[in-house]
Design a binder for this molecule. Sequence first.
Ligand SMILES: Cc1cc2nc3c(=O)[nH]c(=O)nc-3n(C[C@H](O)[C@H](O)[C@H](O)COP(=O)(O)O)c2cc1C
Length: 211
Amino acid sequence: MKTIIINASPRKNWNTAQLLKETQKGVQSLEVQTEYIELYDLNFTGCHSCLACKLKNGKHPGCVWKDDLSPLIEKILKAKSLIIGTPIYFGEPTVPFRALMERLVFCTMPYEEGTYFNGRVNTGFIYTMNAPKNYYDENLKPYLTNIENLFKMALHGETCSYASCDTLQVNNYSMYDMAYFNEEHKKQVRETQFPKDIQEAFNLGVKLGKQ
Ligand SMILES: Cc1cc2nc3c(=O)[nH]c(=O)nc-3n(C[C@H](O)[C@H](O)[C@H](O)COP(=O)(O)O)c2cc1C
């Protein structure tokens, strides 16, 4: 069984991706197979509310909508564990993250007692954001925990998360209209805190690989 690692950032080599690649190394250190997926390379939408996933004589669990997400959902439901990394955009995970969540979570649940999914998939979340850690703790964490709980309800596994805060958004702030940010401070956080975040991302991979 594999660990599926999903990058829900459009940038393939920036903060979220760098952390996810370390998480992947953590999982692989336990000789667990992994598959790394760039969510922005796939062609899909959120739930179309076709309700086919809840048909009495339907195939459960599964999302039958024909796009790139349905086979990924099938893979996730057969995985050992799932790791998703997302930047925070306007206080939320990215739109593709949300689309995946709608489709994955909805297709595991009938609108009545019970579940269509009898397996168990542990899920890890990596968040990256401009906001400092105290803002994340006070304002974002409660909302993101609710999202994590949806995965817990759907996939019956444990969840864990790590937030990398105050990230470096661009290499050269002087090229952009970004005067709200202090480049010196951002570079210092990058040099002193980000290596710790990288280590925490690796540890999260080891934790999920062991479970
Ligand atoms: C459209 C957009 C909206 C953003 N909104 C927020 C936000 O609400 N809060 C925040 O802390 N950072 C916000 N950011 C910053 C990113 O979350 C941050 O730079 C993140 O580390 C980027 O991840 P990446 O390097 O993997 O692309 C936003 C960035 C973009 C492009």
